[in-house]
Design a protein around this ligand. Sequence first.
Ligand SMILES: Cc1cc2nc3c(=O)[nH]c(=O)nc-3n(C[C@H](O)[C@H](O)[C@H](O)COP(=O)(O)O)c2cc1C
Length: 212
Amino acid sequence: MSNKRFQGFIPECCEQFSVRFFILPEFKEVDMFLSLAQSRRSIRKYQSKPVEPEKIDSLVEALLRAPTSRGKNSWEFVVVTDSALLQKLSSAKPHGASFLKNAALGIVVCANPQISDVWIEDASIASTFIHLAAASLGLGSCWIQIRERMHDDTQTAEAFISEILNLPAHIKVVSIVAIGYPDERKSAHPRESLPYDKVSLNNYGVLYSGRS
Ligand SMILES: Cc1cc2nc3c(=O)[nH]c(=O)nc-3n(C[C@H](O)[C@H](O)[C@H](O)COP(=O)(O)O)c2cc1C
């Protein structure tokens, strides 16, 4: 089944993951994922309309289905829908976070390093799941990096957020994923622009040329 036909179909028709399976039973899951990966972009401009609670439920379900090392679930999440809180969180760092104030929600992706030594990986995968799940629901989203970022000269972005959300001291903050109905359209990255020179076949430096 051609991806092209499927690609145009996703955003309009699919409200929930389950619906898509029922409408298009003949499509393979791999086609669905590739189509999503091909069309997703980071979206930083949002309409002022809220995201329906059912869609937020779907996002939460998706993030809780993210794989974790040894199934230890080292992550924790704070779903923020309060606009005053979103406004505050949007100043967590001086650059690359301001658009959060216009998002319908933000999901603060946290982790507990006491549970797993690979908490960064666990939380990063969950952040990616949120981003992709949002796209599948017709929502725009963008990762806001928090770990290793500063709020100002003296306070980390993480400490700033911890104060606002009352996070316990042992809980780390990896990212915030801003989510809302898109108010910008971005075209997919063309296949020709993909950095295939980053991919070797069997030996480093022997370029993979399968798609060329
Ligand atoms: C680990 C990571 C951190 C990111 N941090 C930010 C950020 O703090 N602010 C922002 O606006 N975008 C951030 N992004 C989004 C990237 O800028 C974006 O994915 C990249 O420019 C490619 O654009 P695209 O997602 O539309 O393909 C981040 C993405 C990743 C994967």
